[in-house]
Ligand binder design. Structure first.
Ligand code: C5P
Length: 266
């Protein structure tokens, strides 16, 4: 009697390869690097941006908690202002953070890119997935963090959370003389544009290669991977993952926190 439900030897090999890949993905450990060494001059005078308080808690602590909220994240590396590593370390010690997550603090550099590189240099070997998250995005929801990690686990070398744009975007050229209006040179089709947020997620080896290879000034890490010729993919971002840049953003962030407290029933 033949048993049609039994897999052929070729099917069995495929199944076992798939199972091995699934096991490897599940075993992949995830670390987050948080560049927090910027001064945040656009917010006005005062403490470095990451140390400004939102409802009494420093923005950086909100950002660290947002990353540690994901059960997949087992290490968070905070890149502190070059002269502020000790202060950031005591700040982390003074706030309640999840027990299952490890935390490291390293001094940052002159540019965001350099700060991220210094954070990557501090990573222990046993992490295969790295997220890079701006301290200036303190309120990103855990679902967004998990969606980015999942897409890297599924095999994407680089993943960015992004939202469609409300505004039409114009490309401009330099003004003919100082103070003169800038001429518009192009209007990219809005439907094809996305506003990109963080955390951005990477296969660790790819991100390290990008940082070793690309020397141009960039404003995000994914663009360095694009310059390697690899495909970066997008997952849905979230409106609460906005970047705190200008004074009005502080008001908006505190309003989001107040709404969350109401919804949580406090
Ligand atoms: O200046 P911008 O808002 O783009 O900074 C994005 C992130 O990069 C912030 O979290 C900031 O603290 C960080 N940064 C850094 N080192 C620098 C400059 C910026 O870690 N030298």
């Amino acid at each position: 009697m033949s048993d049609d439900s039994r897999p052929s030897p070729a099917e069995a090999r495929t199944e076992s390869r798939t199972a091995a890949r699934t096991a490897a993905r599940t075993a992949a450990r995830t670390a987050v690097v948080i560049p927090a060494a910027g001064r945040g001059v656009r917010l006005g005078p005062g403490a470095p941006k990451a140390l400004r308080a939102l409802n009494g808690t420093p923005m950086l602590i909100h950002a660290v908690r947002a990353m540690a909220a994901s059960r997949a994240v087992s290490l968070v590396v905070v890149v502190a202002p070059p002269d502020g590593a000790a202060e950031v370390k005591s700040l982390l010690d003074a706030h309640a953070l999840p027990e299952r997550t490890d935390f490291l603090v390293v001094p940052g550099g002159e540019s965001r890119q350099e700060s991220v590189k210094l954070g990557l240099d501090a990573l222990p070997p046993d992490f295969d997935i790295v997220l890079v998250h701006d301290a200036a995005r303190p309120l990103v929801p855990v679902d967004t963090v998990d969606a980015v990690i999942e897409a890297v686990r599924e095999g994407a070398p680089a993943v960015v959370p992004a939202l469609p744009l409300a505004d039409t975007v114009k490309e401009v050229a330099a003004a003919a003389e100082p103070g003169a209006p800038e001429p518009v040179v192009a209007t990219p089709e809005r439907a094809r544009l996305r506003a990109v947020q963080t955390p951005q997620g990477f296969d660790r080896a790819t991100l390290i290669r990008a940082h070793e290879t690309v020397t141009d000034d960039v404003t995000d890490d994914a663009s360095m991977v694009e310059q390697l010729g690899l495909t970066v993919v997008v997952v849905p971002g979230h409106e609460e993952a906005f970047k705190v840049t200008r004074p009005l953003d502080l008001v908006l962030a505190e309003a989001v926190l107040a709404r969350r407290r109401l919804n949580d029933g406090f």
